[in-house]
Design a protein around this ligand. Sequence first.
Ligand SMILES: N[C@@H](CCC(=O)N[C@@H](CS)C(=O)NCC(=O)O)C(=O)O
Length: 419
Amino acid sequence: MRWADLEELLPPQSDADLQRWRTDGPTNPQAQLRLFGRPESEVRVTLYRDHHAWCPYCQKVWLWLEEQRIPYRIRKVTMFCYGDKERWFTEKVPSGMLPALELDGRLITESDVILEALERSFGPLGQGLSDPDVLPLRQLERRLFRAWCQWLCYCEGEGSHTASAEQHFARMAGLVEQALEATPGPFFLEQFGTADVIFVPYLERMNASLAYYKGYGLRRHHPAIDRWFSALEQRLTYLGTQSDIHTHAHDLPPQMGCCLSSGGAHQRRLAALVDGGLWPSDEPDLIETRQPEPADVRQLALARMLRHRGKLLAINPVGERLGAAAAERLDQALRCALTNLMAPGHAEPVPPPSGTAAGLRYWRDRISVPRDMPLHAARQLRAALERTAALDGPEQGPPLPVRDRRDQNPAPFVAVSGR
Ligand SMILES: N[C@@H](CCC(=O)N[C@@H](CS)C(=O)NCC(=O)O)C(=O)O
């Protein structure tokens, strides 16, 4: 299909409608202002969080604000691992650390201090940070975090050191299960609240990284944690901030220093499945959601790709390598992949021009959830890019770097989306 034909597949939506949806609709990572139907004059809060939604401490504050429906502004900042920190931000916060928040003009850093200040101004979310039921859960979260780091970042291969780190982590996760099972519902306390928000960022990252680097299915081994995730997935607030296994598997290494693989056959198979982009429906150690796929995810993926297509083509290094005539071939390859995205299953897939497989896989590997689109949309898009690339050949794109992710510098995209 031509670009114009692909555009035709989307329902008409004006920029004003899109802005209104971002500001007042369900939680979404593209918004720069969230009003929840209230006037802009009520905004007292500005959240500074990272462009890619990779920072776990930012996710905690973001989710809290969304759950409480506090009107707020969002300003996005680059993390050191993927680009240059904005000078306007280091003038405010010299360390460059995120998240930061302004409340009635007062700057606050440190995610827990931020939440305490928000609680004082707007009231707690369920039971608050210093509630006697919440305090031991906060300590448990940190113990689980340390056990995870110990296993993920210091244990390579399958030796006895690794086995004891795994056992220690499994014990800590067992304590988390006991805490969850102590209440009748799926959450940590009687009602959803601060304690759940505190566990969200790292349990999500643990689920992703342990599957990818250790072949360990957190949600399979710990059913109470699986039930907790499933209940979270009923909340639009969480779905708007939720990432996926692929994104975390590749955003964590530069943030953590490194992530070490156990290297067994099972682990290598799971990592290959995640990277390949053809999502398996029946692998019990790769549970990243229990939500069925919503109806409109292909259109959503298409809309996001169409919005950014100029930049996506310009930054693809495989296009440069192929030379000027080949840029046209890459443009055609992307249209083939998007055509295949929109005509899944029943139609013969359209093959891309020859020599474009690596370029298609370059994009497949760099879709970031939720930054670019929600989890199910990203699955469909990665699968369409992979299926289309496979019709050309096995050539892979440039490998994803692990020391930094400057390949994900947001600068070219900021002007397009205003994000
Ligand atoms: N204790 C801090 C930790 C915050 C933190 O470590 N932030 C990291 C990102 S996850 C950061 O901003 N690092 C600087 C950067 O990556 O640019 C908090 O709870 O807010």
